[in-house]
Design a protein around this ligand. Structure first.
Ligand code: XIL
Length: 467
């Protein structure tokens, strides 16, 4: 099911108010309404700490106002849902499903057949094919059945391919006992239980090229075979746990490579989703402002795949704040879009601005129609001089350009405003503080830009043309 973009230009995001947001800062910054407008899902995990009530209140406020899709960090995995044989625990998963329902979010289920985070009682059946087949089938029957109709998409199989040379992960308890057909069976059983759920194969290092020597090349051959054999697979999830290129000299992945995989999957009518994105730096190094800006550009390049490829619809980040991230265990740091204090990082801005400025090609059919179509009632095509997003905060800001001067009005008296100029790709071009209500733009090249003014808790973002 596809949704047609009914608009080609920039739109007023009056849906901001519809999202039920209450404070000016959150309302101005929402990725969620922009994702809705662009017909994509943007999300972050609910961290395991959230399930125990161990996170500050603004974590949840940010999560529900910024994201329209959710997945549990650990709480729907095998060891969490079936800790002992045939005894199921759905408490945490139910909590997330309830949260998603209350906040109108799509739900990913993660993950059914995976070699990791399986309880010992499963590993004790190592090599016992018949037993392992019935264990996996029973797990899928119960878990998928419990959330039937409430989980929109499942990672049916996770990380079944070896990380080194492209071949199956032979050490997996499922592979060892059953052989690679455990994968085919898992898809078929899941589909039988919940025929409406989208079913994904999920893995990492898929951004390293689509050729027989790379994991994505091996996977593509399997997807072709599954599709040919009528195995119900609808999507490939690319975890996309990557490292900033300047700190990992050996890193060979790239957004372009992942885009190539999306294009190959499109030929098979299979979607590509980014399911666990983080872009970390090596632990221990000092991360500078420009490092964070470059990181933002990489976040944007991965987002471009989701915006531009017709069979790509989901951009899920593996965490909200750098403070609660699994990356420390990978010897990486600072891979997410909010800092330790839950303040948006440059990566957040890059994503936000890209979502604001993206103009889909005219008449492009894209995305799943289950994304709320807010365009019909909310969209108003604007010319480049108009505001793309304006929140009427109590202390209302406005701005306009005359000649080479930017005029900002409505500043709280004596408060300096931070003014950022970004290009239409979300790259920072110029930043300054504005105290007296004017900013000199005489050194800026002609063209279209996005200006962001931040004045205390009031923000304004507007597209301008410099001539
Ligand atoms: C990670 C969680 O973030 C950690 O809390 C846990 O200790 C280990 O698993 N690939 C996956 C995810 O599919 O389930 C993993 O999540 C990260 C790598």
């Amino acid at each position: 099911m596809k949704k047609t973009h009914a608009f080609a230009g920039l739109v007023l995001s009056t849906a901001l108010f519809g999202a039920g947001l209450t404070n000016a800062f959150a309302a101005d910054e929402t990725l969620r309404s922009l994702a809705d407008k662009n017909g994509i899902y943007i999300g972050a995990i609910l961290n395991s700490q959230w399930f125990n009530g161990g996170l500050p209140g603004n974590y949840e406020q940010i999560h529900k106002s910024q994201f329209n899709i959710v997945v549990a960090e650990n709480e729907m995995k095998f060891d969490a849902t079936e800790p002992s044989e045939n005894r199921f625990n759905y408490n945490n998963g139910d909590k997330m499903v309830k949260y998603a329902k209350a906040n109108g979010m799509r739900v990913r289920g993660h993950a059914l057949a995976w070699h990791s985070q399986v309880p010992n009682w499963v590993n004790n059946y190592k090599g016992n094919k018949q037993k392992l087949l019935s264990v996996l089938k029973n797990h899928i029957k119960n878990v998928v059945g419990h959330w039937k109709g409430q989980i929109d998409e499942w990672d049916v199989v996770n990380e079944a391919i070896s990380n080194n040379e492209p071949q199956w992960r032979t050490g997996s308890v499922w592979y060892q006992g059953i052989g690679p057909e455990f994968i085919d069976s898992a898809f078929v059983w899941t589909h039988e239980v919940d025929p409406d759920a989208e079913l994904c194969y999920n893995d990492y290092n898929l951004e390293q090229g689509v050729n027989p020597k790379a994991k994505a090349g091996f996977l593509l051959e399997q997807v072709k075979r599954w599709v040919k054999n009528g195995i119900p697979i609808h999507c490939v999830g690319s975890q996309t746990h990557v490292e900033d290129t300047t700190t990992d000299k050996h890193f060979i992945g790239s957004p372009d490579s992942l885009r190539s995989l999306a294009k190959e999957l499109a030929k098979l009518n299979v979607k590509l989703k980014i399911t666990e994105l983080d872009i970390g730096f090596k632990s221990g190094i000092n991360v500078s402002k420009s490092d964070l800006e470059r990181q933002g550009q990489t976040f944007r390049q991965y987002l471009d795949i989701i915006l531009e490829e017709p069979n790509a619809d989901t951009y899920l980040i593996w965490g909200v704040s750098d403070k609660w991230s699994w990356l420390g265990g990978l010897n990486r740091q600072k891979g997410l879009i909010y800092d330790d204090n839950l303040k948006p990082k440059p990566a957040f801005d890059s994503i936000l601005v890209r979502l604001q400025t993206y103009e889909p090609p005219k008449d492009t059919a894209k995305k799943d129609s289950t994304v709320k179509d807010s365009t019909a009632k909310d969209s108003t095509a604007l010319d480049p001089g108009q505001s793309i997003k304006q929140f009427n905060a109590p202390n209302s800001l406005s701005l306009h350009v005359a000649g080479r001067t930017l005029f900002v009005t409505g500043l709280a008296s004596k408060t300096a405003a931070k003014v950022d100029l970004l290009d239409l790709q979300g790259r920072p071009v110029y930043s300054t503080n504005c105290i007296n209500g004017t900013v000199d733009l005489s050194n800026i090249a002609e063209g279209l830009y996005v200006v962001r003014v931040q004045n205390g808790s009031t923000n304004l973002t507007k597209r301008i043309s410099i001539k």
